[in-house]
Ligand binder design. Structure first.
Ligand SMILES: [Zn+2]
Length: 270
């Protein structure tokens, strides 16, 4: 794909080597960071591989930050940041991911499940069972300078819930997370990346500032941000290909950087 000639030229010189012009933020999705021996869902990256991936980003002039910081910086014209997100709130974030992030000068957004404190990932039938952060550990994540966002209360497919249940998952998880960290969360992450218009609207009405999806299709907006799943297999060329694919698939996110944008209609077919 040829570079968009209308794109701003304020990027660092190394951006000329990048596969696209970064007109829209790139957000990476991680889950668990630990030994990858038993990993049927491909949600685990070893601490060593995470370090290699962050080093790869740095070699391309990019640094990982939480999504709120990324969105603010992107709106201000910065193009040297990448969003790092860790879904499900696994306890190994504190033990394994955080030290690696610190070595590389990165921050991240951790999407927690305040309705399952100290629980496990029961929603993955094949296992293995991985411990989730306790409430105290969620506080520690926030105290370590990471952004803490909500992944709902219990990790449910929100599109299957009644309006009342949906409100509970979005509103109550925001309140609980805010009570734990002292700050009402800006970010929400849809369990399984699954959403529809009703769910996106519920997240917006609950007071969140953005919502992370995976491949939101026509719902693409500030409340349905696309993200790229990162696996243990992702190294230089594969990461480069994923970056390229992101740039080819997604134009600028409608409403990104504009809090007043209509999240549901923006980018939608109506
Ligand atoms: Zn999840």
């Amino acid at each position: 794909m040829a570079a968009d000639p209308s794109a701003p030229c304020a990027d660092a010189p190394s951006s000329r080597l990048r596969p696209h012009t970064r007109r829209q933020p790139w957000i990476l999705t991680y889950h668990s960071v630990t030994d990858t021996g038993d990993d049927p869902y491909g949600i685990t990256v070893s601490p060593r591989r995470l370090g290699e991936q962050l080093a790869w980003l740095r070699s391309r002039g990019l640094r990982g930050v939480g999504v709120s910081e990324l969105m603010r910086a992107h709106a201000a014209g910065r193009r040297d940041l990448v969003g790092l997100t860790f879904d499900d709130g696994y306890r190994d974030f504190l033990q394994e991911a955080l030290p690696v992030l610190r070595v590389h000068g990165c921050t991240a957004t951790v999407f927690v499940l305040p309705g399952r404190p100290g629980g496990v990932n029961e929603w993955d039938p094949l296992g293995p069972r991985k411990p989730l952060l306790t409430h105290d550990e969620i506080r520690r994540v926030a105290g370590a300078g990471m952004e803490v966002g909500s992944h709902g209360l219990l990790h449910q497919d929100l599109t299957t819930l009644s309006d009342e249940e949906l409100r509970h998952e979005t509103v109550r998880s925001r309140e609980l997370t805010g009570e734990l960290t002292g700050t009402l969360p800006e970010g929400f992450c849809y369990p399984y990346g699954t959403l529809d218009r009703r769910v996106a609207e519920a997240v917006r009405s609950a007071g969140y500032g953005y919502g992370c999806a995976l491949a939101p299709g026509p719902l693409l907006s500030r409340f349905a941000l696309p993200r790229t799943h990162i696996s243990q297999a992702d190294r230089g060329v594969r990461l480069w290909a994923k970056d390229l694919r992101h740039g080819l698939r997604h134009g600028a996110v409608p409403g990104a950087g504009a809090r007043t944008a209509d999240p549901v209609r923006a980018g939608g077919p109506q």
